[in-house]
Design a protein around this ligand. Structure first.
Ligand SMILES: Nc1ncnc2c1ncn2[C@@H]1O[C@H](COP(=O)(O)OP(=O)(O)OP(=O)(O)O)[C@@H](O)[C@H]1O
Ligand SMILES: [Mg+2]
Length: 454
């Protein structure tokens, strides 16, 4: 059965009102009947309807006139869907009704079933429209806070600092454990700055092999080294006028650090193998989940570079030190992932929040997001229960002092393996694989897209 809705049915013939009204009610709709356009107008002014089913040919005022007035008085988003009923002789008015935004028209005489199908489609259309609108307003809301959710003093302080620094072009160093939102903050600074129309170029220093990092950053000329078959622009040149985001800067070798220091001091650099220097005008944002100060003490990070970078430091505390952010973040991620899955999930049960409050979140906000994303897929809705939540509990089993494990990587890996194995066992038949996994086909498609599995 399709969606149900409230329907205003307008026709001057009582027999038709009765017959159509009964059929629509049998489908589960709420039906209000009106015998004239005027009566319909009064009703429309007093309450809202999902769908207006209106006859065209009526004494006094026609259905088309009613639609015309409705179209000029209310914005489309606030109008009900419209289906017009019309006799053969007046197809022109049906076309005009469609131009005014009516969803469909039925040519009399028609089978009742045709109206039921039309109503179903109109209501489905309305549901999608509302959903889209919700999506849009959500995005706007996110934009207002730069997508950074949290009411703890720590997060409010981070937001205050980023707003201040966005107005300058100072170098910023964002520090925090993995998954605390460093990249999110870096993007927010750029989006808030006067250079927001200019490029924001991210360089993940940890992901680029040491031997290539220099040429990635500064570019090279043809023949600078084996394999340099043409000139290549570096990321610094690409980011000129905007922002360069040097992520995981703690993994950079001291050689590259020295070159970077020079760019920060002189605002110029030489591409590998080039004879001339290039000037750049950009803001540098660096991020690290390592303790750079300690690395300075150990001789692994240049002291001068450290001070250059930390002109404006923005530390983001781990989630376990701002647990008051957990409820708001939970709600935020439920909204985000529910929209993707198309399910209806409203909240988590109290026991889940309790578990969340006690857990240590070694993977911080990212781990919370992944946990909720998984639960949304597993949960039939509308309330996520403790059963659908698996916390890895690694905090207890990893002795203190070990370097932090990138939890999310493990989780993603296990997830991918599981999906691939199910597909294999189902010989590539998606429906069977979904059954094996105990998830819907829709959820499976989502995972396939997420992991780029063909
Ligand atoms: N305060 C927050 N509000 C909403 N979403 C957040 C918040 N903090 C982090 N996130 C989300 O958590 C995820 C991880 O954040 P992000 O990638 O910015 O972390 P990171 O500190 O750069 O981690 P890593 O050190 O592992 O690179 C992202 O999806 C981000 O949108
Ligand atoms: Mg990051």
């Amino acid at each position: 059965m399709g969606p149900r809705g409230s329907i205003l049915l307008v026709d001057d013939e009582e027999k038709i009102l009765k017959a159509l009204g009964r059929a629509l009610r049998d489908e589960g709709h709420e039906v209000v009947a009106a015998a004239s356009a005027r009566e319909a107008q009064r009703l429309l002014a007093s309450r809202s309807f999902d769908l207006l089913v209106v006859d065209n040919r009526m004494p006094e005022k026609t259905g088309l006139e009613l639609i015309r007035e409705l179209a000029s008085s209310a914005p489309e988003a606030d109008r009900p869907q419209i289906i017009m009923m019309t006799a053969h002789a007046t197809v022109e008015s049906a076309i005009e009704a469609m131009k005014l935004g009516a969803f469909d028209y039925l040519q009399k005489p028609f089978e009742v079933e045709e109206l039921l199908v039309g109503a179903r489609r109109a209501l489905e259309h309305l549901r999608l429209r509302t959903q889209n609108r919700y999506l849009l307003s959500e995005r706007e809301e996110e934009f207002d806070h730069y997508g950074i959710v949290g009411r703890s003093r720590a997060i409010q302080e981070v937001i205050r600092q980023l707003e201040l620094v966005a107005q300058s072009r100072s170098t910023v160093l964002i520090t925090g454990e993995t998954g605390t939102g460093k990249e999110l903050v870096a993007r927010a600074i750029h989006d808030r700055s006067a250079q927001r129309e200019m490029p924001l170029i991210r360089v993940n220093c940890a992901a680029i092999p040491e031997s290539l990092l220099e040429s990635e950053l500064f570019g090279h000329v043809k023949g600078a080294f084996t394999g340099a078959t043409s000139n290549k622009k570096g990321r610094f040149a690409l980011a000129d006028g905007g922002t360069i985001f040097l992520d995981e800067i703690g993994t950079m070798s001291t050689t590259v650090q020295a070159k970077l220091l020079r760019v920060l001091q002189e605002r110029e650099f030489e591409p590998l193998g080039a004879e001339r220097t290039e000037k750049v005008d950009l803001r540098v944002i660096a991020a690290s989940n390592r303790d750079l100060r300690r690395m300075v003490g150990e001789g692994r990070f240049l002291e001068d570079l450290f001070y250059r970078l930390s002109v404006i430091p923005i530390p983001i505390p781990p989630l376990r030190e701002r647990r008051e952010d957990i409820p708001a973040l939970t709600e935020h991620f439920i909204g985000k992932h529910t929209q993707r899955s198309g399910k209806r999930i409203d909240r988590v049960e109290e026991a889940v929040l309790e578990a969340f409050r006690e857990y240590d979140w070694p993977g911080n906000v990212r781990e919370l997001e992944n946990t909720i994303e998984r639960a949304v897929v597993l949960s039939p809705g509308p309330v996520i229960t403790r059963r659908e939540i698996s916390l890895l509990g690694v905090t207890e089993s990893v002795p203190a002092g070990l370097p932090s494990l990138k939890l999310h990587h493990n989780v993603e890996w296990v997830e991918r393996q599981t999906i691939e194995r199910a597909l294999q066992r189902a010989a590539g038949v998606k429906k069977d694989a979904a059954d094996l996994l105990g998830i819907s086909q829709r959820a499976l498609s989502y995972y396939l897209a997420k992991h780029r599995i063909e």
